[in-house]
Design a protein around this ligand. Structure first.
Ligand SMILES: C[S@@+](CC[C@H](N)C(=O)[O-])C[C@H]1O[C@@H](n2cnc3c(N)ncnc32)[C@H](O)[C@@H]1O
Ligand SMILES: [Zn+2]
Length: 277
């Protein structure tokens, strides 16, 4: 299992399994800090300051929109493309999935390997869905922007799939032979919808900026590829696709969404693999 560490300010000691007198499962450190397991099975390692975070993670509507989207299977071939980078990595690699959302990618990318897998998200609705979906894995409610709750050099794979990228922390937690896999929307992802809603769809690749940012911290891009698919979707799926990626704020944008009842759309993501040194 992944070696979790205490999130109390200035502590950072290893967390170990401790049971309370009532038989409830808990985690604790040698500094006397304790964390109980939520009834859904996840660990709440947030600290009081995380509740005031300007970025509290995705709200319920966005989480449910992405959950419905992923349940329709639109990202299964994307997961397979990521899986091609991790197969042959030993029996139980340690994995940290940053901003894991509803947890759909974990069992698709690391099937039969839940013991080493840990998903982190700051959204309670997301981590609850994840814990129910794959209970054998470890799920943690925590703020990935405030220092990752895992020990130094203990993670074989860090995944950031459309999620957070705290680069210096990613470097700290990776094992010397570990790697970090990053996925971001490619420039034409959902372009057909964005063109209607925003009048013009911005086409902007994030790859060069991410490669440069990671390189500054000593993480070298050793492989990259693009995943693409084209799907025909109806009104409800269109609304979900937009709700999980791009929130239409103005009334004119909302009515433009309502006016599209079917569309063939491009799904695309840029995938990058980074190693230390
Ligand atoms: C676009 S979603 C991607 C979810 C998942 N990786 C997937 O591809 O389905 C981004 C996720 O990052 C989470 N998130 C945002 N800020 C966070 C933070 N500071 N710490 C941890 N997770 C965060 C959100 O709650 C959301 O679930
Ligand atoms: Zn502690």
């Amino acid at each position: 299992m992944l070696e979790l560490r205490c999130t109390v300010r200035n502590c950072g000691r290893p967390l170990e399994s401790k049971s309370t007198a009532g038989g409830r499962r808990g985690l604790g450190c040698d500094g006397g800090h304790r964390f109980d397991q939520a009834k859904e099975g996840y660990w709440n390692l947030t600290q009081p300051q995380d509740k005031k975070s300007l970025n509290p993670g995705d709200n319920r509507d966005a989480v449910l929109a992405r959950h419905r989207w992923l349940q329709r299977g639109h990202s299964v071939s994307l997961a397979q493309s990521i899986r091609d980078w991790v197969t042959g990595s030993g029996e139980q690699p340690t994995v940290l999935d940053l901003g894991c959302g509803d947890g759909s990618f974990g069992p698709l990318v690391f099937p039969d390997q839940p013991q080493g897998y840990c998903g982190i998200d700051l959204s309670k609705p997301a981590i609850k869905l994840a814990s129910r979906h794959w209970p054998a894995a470890t799920w943690v409610l925590a703020n990935a922007d405030r220092g990752l709750p895992v020990m130094d050099a203990s993670v074989d794979f860090v995944m950031s799939l459309f999620g957070r990228r705290p680069v210096s922390e990613i470097k700290r937690v990776l094992t010397p032979s570990g790697c970090c896999i990053v996925a971001v929307p490619a420039e034409d992802d959902l372009i057909e919808l964005r063109e209607v809603v925003q009048s013009r769809g911005d086409r902007r690749s994030r790859v060069d900026a991410i490669v440069e940012e990671m390189q500054e911290f000593g993480l070298r891009c050793v492989e990259r590829k693009q995943w693409r698919a084209s799907v025909e979707i109806g009104q409800e799926e269109i609304e979900d696709a937009l709700a999980m990626t791009y929130r239409a704020r103005r009334r004119s944008e909302k009515s433009r969404i309502a006016s599209i009842d079917r569309s063939r759309v491009t799904l695309s993501a840029d995938l990058m693999r980074f190693t230390l040194g």
